[in-house]
Design a protein around this ligand. Structure first.
Ligand code: HEM
Ligand SMILES: *[C@@H]1O[C@H](CO)[C@@H](O)[C@H](O)[C@H]1NC(C)=O
Ligand SMILES: *[C@@H]1O[C@H](CO)[C@@H](O)[C@H](O)[C@H]1NC(C)=O
Ligand SMILES: *[C@@H]1O[C@H](CO)[C@@H](O)[C@H](O)[C@H]1NC(C)=O
Ligand SMILES: *[C@@H]1O[C@H](CO)[C@@H](O)[C@H](O)[C@H]1NC(C)=O
Length: 324
């Protein structure tokens, strides 16, 4: 029996391996040196464009980081978010989590132009989003990491996927955990990635219910926000407040300190520290920025591995806003 089993594996293991490579974890095909011959100056081409966009408007770093998240949660990190609507195509930009909210597409266009000038037809928009997210974090004072590359761009997008998969700020902790789990991301990754809310802004419409109706919020913090966010929609719907009230343009661990002080801006933020299973992780990050940084990097790499198109799947778009 043992001999038969061995010869069975000797015969079929190579076939099983080929199937694994074709059908298995395709993220295994992403590599940090993917463009080392086809676009050796890729990273030094992208970074100055990100830097100049952030120098012009500091918030842009946050907006660019968020683009990567909203891309990856809809059929993987495939640039689907970047496709514009046309007369006969509906993309993701009008989905509830994106409409009147996601921004930075002009910056991605500028980066794509610079990259096409350096390496025509070589680099996907999906990979540009991944590198741009990393550069934004670094420029605003956060940790760095080597970005895995080799993603290709989708020829499709999914409005319903954007509406269903991207978490809403009204969600409970258990529903937040479910949305990330559906993408193959752990609860630990979810809490670490939420630390992205150490930078950027939210609209009144995203935090109104939390500052008027929730009890897990510091009352003076709630009062101070109410002055610029009237109770009744649509009044003040688009008025902005910082997700991290202390340092909204610096990537640090103050977001977690705020949660411990019941000063999360979004209902979903405060859910992470509300006597639930994730409170201890929030406390750890509030006391230990290096633990947060290192877990954030791990979680960003995990998020970047979600269902990439590789090999000959998809395409390398010439223009990030439309299929070739
Ligand atoms: C945990 C579930 C999450 C929820 C419910 C959530 C929800 C939101 C909401 C409602 C806003 C404000 C949008 C607006 O009012 O226009 C926002 C902003 C933002 N989110 Fe999240 N988010 C989550 C996770 C993440 C993740 C994983 C990242 C990135 C890794 C991220 C990055 C950002 C950034 C940087 C901003 C500010 C963007 C800007 O200023 O333009 N978020 N998020
Ligand atoms: C600079 O930022 C402002 C918003 O603060 C924006 O209106 C403008 O288009 C930006 N300019 C460039 C060149 O990106
Ligand atoms: C979509 O419409 C454009 C014109 O707006 C046309 O050029 C294109 O062929 C159409 N595509 C399909 C698949 O119908
Ligand atoms: C607060 O809750 C009440 C009762 O459910 C509701 O009528 C009201 O619209 C809520 N206000 C906000 C700002 O969400
Ligand atoms: C946790 O539970 C305690 C006791 O029930 C309560 O006083 C507190 O407000 C709750 N929320 C947080 C965030 O600790």
């Amino acid at each position: 029996m043992i001999t038969m089993a061995s010869s069975f594996f000797a015969s079929f293991a190579p076939i099983a391996l080929v199937f694994f490579l074709l059908l298995g974890n395709s993220s295994a095909q992403l590599t940090t040196n993917f463009y080392s011959t086809s676009c050796p100056n890729l990273l030094s081409t992208i970074k100055p464009v990100v830097q100049s966009a952030i120098s012009n408007e500091t918030r842009m770093g946050a907006s660019l980081l968020r683009l990567f998240f909203h891309d990856c949660f809809v059929n993987g990190c495939d640039g689907s978010l970047l496709l514009d609507d046309t007369a006969n195509f509906t993309g993701e930009k009008t989905a509830n989590p994106n409409s009147n909210s996601v921004r930075g597409f002009d910056v991605i266009d500028n980066i794509k132009t610079a990259v096409e000038n350096a390496c025509p037809g070589a680099v996907s928009c999906a990979d540009i989003l991944a590198v741009t997210a990393r550069d934004s974090v670094v420029i605003l004072g956060g940790p760095t990491w080597n970005v895995k590359l080799g993603r290709r761009d989708s020829k499709t997008a999914s409005l319903s996927g954007a509406n269903n998969n991207i978490p809403a700020p009204s969600l409970s902790l258990s529903n937040l955990i479910s949305k990330f789990s559906a993408q193959g991301l752990s609860t630990k990754d979810m809490v670490a990635l939420s630390g992205a809310h150490t930078i950027g802004q939210a609209r009144c419409t995203s935090f109104r219910a939390h500052i008027y109706n929730d009890t897990d919020i510091d009352s003076s913090f709630a009062n101070s926000l109410q002055s610029n966010c009237p109770a009744t929609s649509p009044s003040g719907d688009n008025n902005l407040a910082p997700l991290d009230l202390q340092t909204p343009t610096t990537f640090d661990n103050n977001y977690f300190k705020n949660l411990v002080n019941k000063k999360g801006l979004l209902h979903s933020d405060q859910e992470l520290f509300n006597n639930g299973s994730t409170s201890s992780q929030v406390t750890t990050y509030s006391n230990n920025p290096s633990t947060f940084n290192s877990d954030f990097v791990t979680a960003m790499i995990n998020m970047g591995d979600i269902s990439p198109l590789t090999g000959s799947s998809g395409e390398v778009r010439k223009n990030c806003r439309k299929t070739n």
